[in-house]
Each structure stands twice: as C-alpha cells, then as structure tokens.
Design a protein around this ligand. Sequence first.
Ligand code: ZN
Length: 141
Amino acid sequence: MKKVEPFTSNPLVPNSKKYWCYRCKAHNSFDHIVNSNGTETHQKMSCVRCEASMFLPSQIIPWTVGTLGFSLIAVVIGLGLGGDGFLVSLGLAACSGLIGLSMLYYMILWRGWVRAQRAKPPEQLLREGKQYVSSFEGMQK
Ligand SMILES: [Zn+2]
C-alpha cells in the first residue's frame, strides 16, 4: 500500500507562480506536451484532469498588457499612415487584440478565483483541497 504523503501543496491555494487550470479552477498537475513539426515548436501544459491548456498567472499579466498595448500602437501608427497602411495595421491590431482579450479573460477568471479562495478561512481551504485531491485519486483507480 502506498504511504499517504503529507499534504504540502494544496491545489486550491492560489499561487501565481504555479500553472493553473481555468476549467478546473485549481493548480493541478499537468503533462508537458511538446509538438514539433520541424519549423515550429508548440508547447502545451495539459491539465491531467481535463486536458485544458494551463497557464502561469504571473506570466499572463505582462502578455495581456503587451498584446493590448501593441494593438493600440498599431492603430495609432495606422492612423498616421492612412490608406492601405491603415488597413494593414488595423489587421495587426485585431490579431494582437484578440490574443490580448482572450488573455484578459483568463486573467479575470484567475483574479476572481483568487478573491474567492482568499475569502475562505484556511481550515476550509485545507479541507476542500484534501477532498479535491482525494476525489481525483479515486477517479484514477
Ligand atoms: Zn483542468
């Protein structure tokens, strides 16, 4: 029989430096999947529970600001160029803006979860975390 490990890392305690699954709303373990087709390498942190792509909350904030900022600059430059240049930069702005907005969406989910988890007393978090982990261990059998 496997020895019960001490409950050191609670997946339900927010930690912006740990990968987080927006679907499960937990710091689950993940499979690091690397797809390479020769020219491009695509990495995915796949949640072990739902296979959704996980992200590092501490990384998503600069990315959100960066992509949305880039969109804004592209629009401003486009306005200066006028004509076709405006259309091209508008296209760039739309692409980058969409990425930025989806990241913003994840960031809002993360922030909401952090607020909800912090509002709970530590004993409740610990209890819920233990239940969460054992429910998954039950699923795997
Ligand atoms: Zn998940």
